[in-house]
Design a protein around this ligand. Structure first.
Ligand code: FES
Length: 218
């Protein structure tokens, strides 16, 4: 893990409340890994790392003061990265089903491994992306029912992940879930990210953030 400063190069709005932050620097990381970013109150926030327009990028959903600061005010951000374990997709044809808050991670998987991407958004996108997008819960659920892939990676809010999981779990496919929403410190110190799995307690920051669906107690 490295402590470094990331310099914001560009901010793009994706939908009503989510933005892509593109950075000048190009640190080393793999898809699935995340960064902890410091905000003025010294609260660290986790974001799954990714790429956009060939540069290091994260997606940030506005949730409060810290995320507003990162999107609208910060120019240079103190960061700790890369954290967590890389995700290496299976060889078969698979799909990343993501919310706009994970679109940069999905973009990196697409860039490196050719993984197909489906984006689910509650509100219409205000920018063009190269990925299929469905807007609204009903359209999202209907689209998920029609998918036919060998594996899926689902990354978004817990509600969105559970919706997709409940539809896809009945099939004989591999399902992976990204759980970065659970994290506090990101480095194994606070234990706030402990989850019960079928194989005992695991920590999202050090054992994840991506888990096989069949090991979770959902
Ligand atoms: S987030 Fe603190 S131990 Fe995992």
């Amino acid at each position: 893990m490295e402590n470094l400063i990331l310099t914001k190069k560009k901010v793009l709005q994706i939908n009503e409340d989510t933005f892509i932050l593109i950075f000048e620097e190009d640190p080393d990381f793999s898809p699935g890994q995340f960064v902890m970013m410091e905000t003025p109150a010294l609260v660290r926030k986790p974001f799954i790392l990714g790429r956009w327009m060939g540069k290091t990028a994260i997606s940030v959903k506005i949730r409060g003061k810290g995320t507003k600061y990162l999107v609208f005010e910060a120019t240079q951000i103190r960061c700790h990265l890369p954290l967590g374990n890389p995700f290496v997709p299976p060889n078969e044809r698979g799909m990343a089903i993501v919310s706009t808050a994970s679109i940069t991670m999905a973009s990196m998987l697409n860039e490196i491994y050719g993984v197909e991407v489906l984006v689910g958004s509650r509100t219409p996108l205000v920018m063009k992306t190269p990925f299929e997008t469905v807007v609204g819960d009903n359209a999202f659920e209907e689209r998920i029912k029609k998918l036919d892939y060998e594996w899926y990676l689902i990354s978004g809010s817990i509600e969105m992940e559970k919706k997709a999981w409940n539809i896809l779990k009945k099939r004989k496919t591999e399902i992976f879930l990204a759980l970065e929403e659970y994290m506090g410190c990101g480095i194994g110190a606070c234990k706030s990210c402990a989850i019960q799995t079928k194989y005992g307690i695991k920590h999202v920051c050090t054992d994840g953030p991506i888990f096989r669906g069949d090991e979770l107690c959902w």
